[in-house]
Design a protein. Sequence first.
Lengths: 889, 77
Amino acid sequence: MSKTQEERVEHALSQLLERILPTYPDEDEVAADERAGEPAIVPDVNHVSDLIKRDLIRDNSFPDKALKFSNLFSKLLAQPVLNQKWAMLHFLHLLSDSEPPTTTQSDGARVPDHRQFLVDSPAFNEAFSSAGLRRLPKPETSKPARSVQTLRLERRPERRKAEETDEQHKSPAQAQDKAERMGQEPSEPALLRDLPFTLQGLSSTNLVFSAPNKLKLPATLPVPLISLLHTLAEPSLLYRSLSEFVDSSEGGLVGQSFRSALGAELRSYLGLVATLEGQIRRALAQLDESLPRQGIGKAGVTLRRCVVWTREATMGLRLMSLMVEESRGKKGGELISLIHSFSLSHGDPFVGAFAERLLSHVTRPFYDMLRQWVYDGELSDPYLEFFVCEQKQLPEKDEDGNEKGGATSVWEDKYKLNPPMVPTIVTEDFANKVFLIGKTLNFIRHGCGDAAWVESYSKSASRELRYGDTASLERSIGLAYKTTMARLIELMETRFRLFEHLRAMKSYILLGAGDFIAVLMESLSSALDRPAITQYRHTLTAQLEHAVRNSNAQYDLPDVLRRLDARMLELTHGDIGWDVFTLEYRIDAPVDVIVTPFAGKQYLKVFNFLWRVKRIEFALGSTWRRCMTGARGVLGAVSEKVGADWKKARAVVAEMIHFVNQLQYYILFEVVEASWTELQQKMRREGCTLDDLIQAHSKYLEDITRKGLLGSTVVDFPAQLHELLKLMLHYRDAVDGLYSFSVAEFSRRQDKAAAIEARTKAGKWGVSERQLDTGSPFAAAPASKLVGGSANDDDILAGLRVRLGSLSEDFRRRVNVLLGDLYYQPDPDLRWLAMVMNFNDVYEPVRRRRGGSRKDKEKEKEKEKERGKEAEVKDGGEGGREAGEKAKT
Amino acid sequence: MPPPEPEKVDKRQAAREVIDILHEIATLLNTHLNRQQLSYCVSLIENGVNPEALANVIKELRTQYPEPVLADGKNEA
């Protein structure tokens, strides 16, 4: 059989040669030359077809030839008869585009160099070896050549057979016994056979996994092989630990998707192992026992080659196991950040690409959560992996111990942004936006009871979010942000009348509606002068009702008026009605997200202060009115006795009224109205969010309290003002006392005049001797009427004078201190207030320094002296000023 | 090969097809091999001849013995 084959080769060759050229001698020399040109590549059909295709595409601008080739190639592959498809294609490829053998010379004219050659010569056989690997130069030349020949001889019959049965049967290589003969245990083929199992992390006869992360190598191997096996053991061990990790099921959704992505990578690794196994099997089948190392070098698959083939996969496995190591104890966003850091900051493009590939899988649950959060406002995060987390236990009280309303909790406390969980694939700004969107949706659904809108919105707007498509993601998030915010603001404005409420609070609580407050004050004043215990809520509400009906407030929305309520604060002993009365504006959910209970307290504080100022103004005004009306009648009659006092008192009262008016003007117009305009501007701004509203409103309140002298700054303005107002009330009482004294004096004089009249009519002397004795007929007349009472009256008047003097003194001093404090405030508005109050430099502002209290005392003493000395000096402030100057010097 | 048994006939048919295909590829690649040359080459390669060596041999031969315009090696079919 072999003989015929040899003949066939010879025949074919000679035929070919005959047909190509006329016969020449020394043909074998060419063949000998060609010995060096053995195929330098591994026989692979697909590879050579790719090469051909590439060439075709390169040479032709149109791909039709390549396409044609592809068709032919697939047809060829389908043909069963041809065994050496690769060789054939390779041959054709090599011959391709060879110069067309056109010469004018005839064949016969050529000098026949290579006429005949021995086809059977070892050199020729060597040259036509089928193995595609470059051969190492061998020390012995003759012996391998012979063995090649024997290989040929042995293998050819099989190939013949295979050809005939249309099947390619690879003869099973009997390598083992051969290996034993060579004295190497185990042999390389045996190791190669085991290698696929080892790479899959399975134990085999020669390579045993003794522990989960230990591979035992046979001790009999030579060092180079051991080092190769060490290299090959790395992917095996890594694969083992990784598959263990992939099979474990702990961790959240992101962790699970991480596992599945790793699983996919491991599967591709297994695919590689499978192809490797195929190569190994094929190579092993072609082994020849007769060669040294079983001719493994010729088979194309060696351990070294396997190392090369698994290199890239090993890098992948190494990277994965690094990720797994670092991912321990991390979840959700942190895990994504971790993988993202590989793709972002690693210099190796392989690592970057690998991490990117992983990311697209790993982020899937994250984006699902994001989608649900952004479009439904629901948090579906069973493993707490999202960067928004729900707070389970709602804090009932905040740090100040204030109770919080339900809606406030929904907005402020229900969800929280968890910064460590924000994956680095999204920016902080983006995360905030997302957080706000979801929170808003949730709030619309639960706080505002508008679930229908949320549902329709999520149906219409919901879209798939994916990793990598950053631009469209940003766009859709931006769109969602705008839509939800606009909806929320619209809801707040229309359904919940946020702006109406704010306006109402401004006009009622912050005394914006002057007519209403005036009516209320007038109707309440008599009732509120009585002790607090005698106040009843129903009377207060009735008065409130009255005030509403008699002012412009009656045209306000009924919803607004319904919320307005009069109430009493907690009673303490000795309070009168003024101290405990308060107006209240009830705010309910969901507007109380903006007007928080804390804000309500602020409003109340401002109202109480303004109410007190208003009350002082009212009291001073009524006193002033009485003085003015009285001056024309009663007081004019007694002016020679108390006229000077009245003049002084009027001056001081005017001063106080000026003070109160300036204070009121300042708070209402400089503070409240200015802040209100600012608030309006902020709230009407385009693209305003609920957070912006809340912030604007709290800023508004803060401005009012700070500028309205109610904030707690270094200087305790509230206490100063409180003292001042109390002083004014005392002064008013004193003035009232003076008034009643004057009236009593007047009535006494009238009585006396009436008595004189009656006596004159009766024909007696108008004034008896006895009466005249006691003093001058006019000035001392009232005193002379009742001897005991006269001294008493003088005492009263003196007491009143002292009291009025000290009170006015005190008032002036306190105003000076207040102005001094105001002048040194950083806020220009406060300095403005001081300037307005002291526009004509009547007051001498005192700068309080450390130890000022002592100086104050000294000053007071000085003032006492001054007062004692020059009681007749009208303007006590002059003295006080001098005293102050003395004290300063 | 000569005995025309039915399966042998099939085989021949198949072999012809293969040669057809290969010839087409060969013309596509401008190898300037005619059918005959090709079939001999096929049989050589099928019998285990190194394709590169064969290709080199052919090239070498072609360079050394450029054909006349009417190369008889080709026309002899």
